[in-house]
Design a protein around this ligand. Structure first.
Ligand SMILES: [Zn+2]
Length: 1019
């Protein structure tokens, strides 16, 4: 369930390898996609939640996690990630609280008692580890960081510069706690008319949980002061005036920081919200700002300087050079402070000689006075301005628009059209005319960047002007970088992959420059992302310092200015208004808390779903008859019949009407159709519970909307599909939530160059009206066939595939050997019965009525076929003696006038059902001349059946025989001569078994001369 979500190009890299490699389609899926109603195999239904509470396990729930969307899967080796997800969801019953997410990269704490917390200190502190009962934790000793995860800004890892600096805090007094500030400042126009600007400084507290801290509500961002806006048209641009502005900025900022500097050394005793008295040591952990503001904070000379980066000393001419780690020395506050101080009383020339190569201004920096603050490492990557409205908007997308314009009117129209065709999705902006977008906010550009590659790659890959294609490759690499920069949980592996992505991005740029040499890529936003992995490792994920969350706070300031000031000396008035708003928020938060307490668990009224099945909710329901659903459109041909076929997979055998093997559905029977699906799932990114809302609605705001999903076929097989119908089927008072999906096929075989370039996993929906048919030729060899018959079968197959005939060259040939038949072959038959015959009596008529002394024994078994959740059933005639009987299967003994069914203990319901159907067919053929009896393994009559076969008890299952070494051969005429080459050992158990048989069967010889010009046989 955790994969439920639309495929955006972006998420692809995070998918498991199984989803990126194509697998050959089975006939079943092709049928499913083309809407064949006569198809006997499993229909493309999903059971949203497979066993109703209290219901007996059904054949399809055996060995599966019941609460997953998707069909059931056999139990086998589980990938640990998946296993954890499964266990996680399984232990999430309807009314229990969410469990806490698993630990990230940290080793589990050594638990002495359940609830004990072990605290370890930095080695330099010399303090031994401590173990505290939970009740005492933080009450006597306040350094809590041992439990902090890396997505919190103060997470220790003790491998980087800032972590080392933090280690000093372990020397704090027992009740000392670092109080980490995130500061932001930027100028903004206070009204859309007029020139009045405000220069607010805002703060957030990194110690608070991120959901509170990054919000705009109580506990979120707060205005803590205003800086003066220094402007003078006549002086603008003069170095002395710029220096004056910087001095004013830093002097004024000191007024705000002075208090922090004072208490930073000794701490401030404060009674916190949990009534615990703590000694708080304020530090400035993060400075969030756009580049212009960062240059002011770092006191560097900006883009004109020789070292324009506020974090490192990259030379201006090498800004587009990227590496796995920062390639240039990092700035450090101590050195800068020393140089500025030392040169303060020297001559201008001497001062410039020292400071100019470092791009430093000869001004004292306010942050140097704050304890534990290194301004350069506090300055953080600004994803909004550096990426979405920077590198992407002004460079990549700008060039894209120009290239499309150069390509002409037809291309513009096509690009717009394909953008418009991108399905609508929650929280994703939709663009009807993307070629025209010229001014939008960063969020809009982010949305464009996400869909640009999948929406236009086919246009660009076919256009003779290769600029578009090459540019798109750069955009794709940028996308991957942006995904990494936006991750909510950052691990060592993700960091490594992020650094690799940086290199890949810088690798594709020269390719674009080749066709567009005049574009200069040497600018700061081509460089700053070099520091993102380091920023994240030191200060947590970028969401902690994205200026986007601060820019939202400008809105209330502007509103206050417009509505509540007299437009004079506004800073004081704004500060007062802001304080009043804070007080109001505080009161409101208390009232809200009280309201919530009284109301219980509040949920958005609009979203209260009508059905709940564990973590799945279905809403917006309406009753509909089968005939109405089938009449609604061509997407549901024979919907009722297909559902009828599928029901035995999910409805427990006890619920079937007595004496019937199917649940007969009538056109006027009803189901409950739902158009809204809400699902709680474990996110692959954060490993936390997240919620997705999906629509399956023919009229969602006037337009049809059928969202796409990724669902799980079995343990390793994930599929893309489109939701076509969500419904609840009710049978004997039990509700079965289901989805009817239209699967997308993955293109099998080698990926095209374009797909490799963009890292795309291309899927397609089979065109129902396609006239081009595909052909499969199977020849089936019984286990006891003779050499000449096997040869004839092969001959005939090749004959049908003769290039001079109608089918020439089109069919794919398959050799099916009894016992090793392919899933594709099975999928053609509702029942597959192997009757005994063999070499000497190959053409005897098995259907003639048997004599009364006949003894035929059939074994009915379920076999698991890869790619199919539901097992295939096989009916096979076996020698009618004791050696044929083993545990777990169902047997039918045909004695002419009597037919006995024997259900072994442990046999599956579906298999029993199938056997009963088979018995029924035998009996009905004999028109009342035959009497059926059913014996159960544990029942009274078991002995009767067993003694008939000469057994006095149920034998144990045979020990599986050791797997013999298997060999894969490759038979080809590609070189002109037929070659038969050993390819090493086969990896796939099923194929290898087949290969083993094939390599020993005598049919190779007669087959060789028949190979046509272009045929290959892989075994
Ligand atoms: Zn740098």
């Amino acid at each position: 369930m955790d994969f439920l979500g639309i495929w955006l190009h972006a998420e692809l890299e995070l998918l498991p390898p199984a989803m990126r490699s194509g697998s050959p389609l089975t006939q079943a899926q092709e049928h499913a996609a083309s809407g064949h109603s006569s198809f006997p195999g499993p229909a493309p239904f999903l059971t949203l939640h497979q066993s109703a509470p209290g219901a007996a396990p059904t054949p399809s729930t055996v060995g599966s996690s019941a609460s997953h969307i998707g069909r059931t899967a056999p139990q086998g080796t589980r990938d640990p990630d998946r296993a954890r997800a499964d266990d996680f969801i399984n232990q999430y019953p309807a009314d229990s609280p969410s469990p806490s997410p698993p630990p990230l990269n940290q080793p589990p704490l050594e638990q002495h008692e359940l609830g004990d917390i072990k605290i370890e200190y930095h080695p330099r502190s010399g303090r031994p580890p401590q173990v505290k009962p939970f009740e005492e934790f933080m009450r006597q000793n306040a350094l809590a960081s041992a439990s902090a995860a890396r997505h919190e800004p103060w997470a220790p890892g003790f491998r980087t510069r800032i972590e080392f600096e933090f280690a000093d805090f372990s020397l704090l007094p027992p009740n000392g706690v670092p109080l980490c500030f995130i500061l932001y400042s930027d100028k903004t126009h206070l009204s859309s008319f007029g020139s009045q600007k405000g220069y607010p400084i805002m703060a957030r507290l990194a110690n608070l949980p991120s959901a509170i801290r990054n919000s705009n509500g109580f506990g979120g961002g707060q205005v803590v002061g205003f800086l003066p806006v220094v402007e003078d048209e006549n002086e603008e641009g003069k170095p002395s005036f710029t220096a004056h502005k910087r001095v004013v900025w830093h002097e004024c900022f000191w007024i705000i920081l002075e208090f922090l500097a004072k208490v930073g050394k000794l701490g401030e005793l404060y009674k916190c919200g949990d009534d615990i008295l703590r000694l708080l040591f304020p530090i400035i952990l993060i400075l969030a700002a756009d580049y212009e503001e960062q240059a002011v904070m770092a006191l560097i000379r900006g883009l004109q300087g020789v070292a324009p980066c506020p974090v490192c000393l990259v030379p201006a001419e090498e800004q587009s050079v990227l590496g796995m780690e920062p390639l240039y020395p990092l700035r450090d506050a101590e050195t800068s402070q020393r140089l500025v101080t030392e040169t303060a009383n020297t001559t201008n020339v001497a001062r410039e000689a020292v400071l100019q190569p470092l791009g430093l201004r000869p001004i004292q920096n306010v942050f140097w006075k704050i304890p534990y603050c290194d301004v350069y490492s506090a300055l953080s990557f600004d994803r909004l301005h550096a990426y979405h409205s920077g590198l992407f908007r002004h460079h990549l997308f700008d060039k894209f628009q120009k290239t499309v314009t150069d390509m002409g009117r037809a291309t513009i129209v096509q690009v717009n059209k394909q953008f418009d065709l991108v399905p609508r999705w929650r929280n994703l902006d939709h663009f009807a005319e993307v070629a025209k977008v010229t001014f939008a906010d960063g969020g809009k550009y982010e949305a464009i960047s996400k869909v640009l590659v999948p929406a236009t790659y086919n246009i660009m890959s076919q256009h003779p002007d290769t600029r578009g294609y090459r540019l798109l490759r750069c955009i794709r690499k940028y996308n991957i970088l942006d995904i990494h920069a936006g991750l909510r949980v950052y691990t060592d592996e993700r960091k490594e992959s992020h650094c690799r992505a940086l290199l890949e991005y810088s690798d594709v740029l020269p390719d674009y420059q080749e066709v567009h040499p005049e574009k200069n890529w040497n600018f700061l936003k081509a460089h700053t992302h070099q520091h993102v992995p380091m920023d994240i490792m030191e200060k947590g994920i970028t969401a902690n310092y994205n200026t986007k969350i601060f820019e939202k706070l400008h809105q209330p300031v502007k509103a206050a200015y417009q509505n509540r000031t007299n437009f004079k000396n506004i800073e004081k008035q704004l500060a007062r208004i802001d304080h009043e708003a804070l007080v109001a928020d505080h009161i409101r938060a208390h009232i809200q808390f009280l309201d919530d307490e009284l109301k219980g668990n509040p949920e958005d009224e609009d979203e209260v779903p009508t059905y709940r099945f564990h973590h799945i909710y279905l809403g917006a329901r309406a009753k509909a008859t089968f005939s109405a659903v089938e009449a609604a459109g061509t997407i549901f041909p024979a919907f009722r019949a297909r559902l009828q076929e599928y029901l035995p997979y999910i409805v427990p055998i006890e619920a079937f009407p007595a004496g019937h093997w199917i649940i007969q559905l009538h056109p006027n029977d009803t189901i409950t159709v739902c158009s809204y699906l809400k699902v709680d799932y474990e996110s692959k990114d954060t490993w936390e519970i997240q919620t997705d809302r999906l629509r399956c609605n023919p009229r969602f705001f006037g337009a049809p909307r059928y969202d796409c999903v990724i669902f799980k076929m079995d343990e390793h097989d994930y599929r893309f599909a489109q939701l076509k119908l969500l419904f609840v089927f009710t049978w004997q008072g039990v509700r079965y939530p289901m989805a009817f999906v239209e699967p997308y096929e993955i293109i099998a075989g080698r990926r095209s160059e374009v797909d490799c370039d963009f890292g795309l996993c291309r899927t397609y929906k089979k065109d129902k009206d396609s006239e081009e048919l595909s052909y499969d030729l199977h020849f089936w060899l019984g286990a006891e066939t003779s050499q000449d018959k096997a040869g004839t079968a092969a001959y005939k197959t090749v004959e049908l595939d003769d290039p001079s005939k109608d089918l020439g060259g089109k069919p794919v040939q398959y050799c099916e050997v009894q016992g090793y038949k392919s899933p594709r072959f099975f999928s053609y038959f509702p029942h597959f019965i192997c009757l005994r015959g063999g070499v000497t009596s190959g053409f005897h008529h098995v259907s003639s009525p048997p004599a009364n002394n006949t003894r035929r024994l059939y074994r009915i078994s379920a076999i698991q076929v890869p790619g199919h959740a539901a097992p295939h059933l096989q009916i096979r005639e076996v020698p009618a003696n004791r050696s044929s009987v083993a545990q777990g299967d169902v047997y039918v003994l045909d004695m002419g006038g009597r037919v006995w069914q024997f259900n072994m203990r442990g046999s599956k319901g579906k298999v029993r059902l199938k056997a009963a159907e088979f018995v029924q067919s035998l009996v009905s053929e004999r028109e009342g001349q035959c009497e059926p009896t059913v014996y159960d393994g544990g029942g009274d009559g078991a002995g009767v059946f067993l003694s008939e076969l000469g057994l006095d008890g149920v034998p144990w299952a045979n020990e599986p025989t050791a797997r013999s070494e298997t060999t894969l051969f490759h038979l080809s005429d590609a070189t002109g001569d037929v070659t038969f080459e050993r390819k090493g050992r086969s990896l796939c158990a099923q194929n290898s078994a087949k290969a083993r048989l094939m390599s020993t069967l005598p049919l190779i010889q007669p087959l060789l001369p028949c190979l046509g010009a272009s045929q290959r046989l892989y075994m």
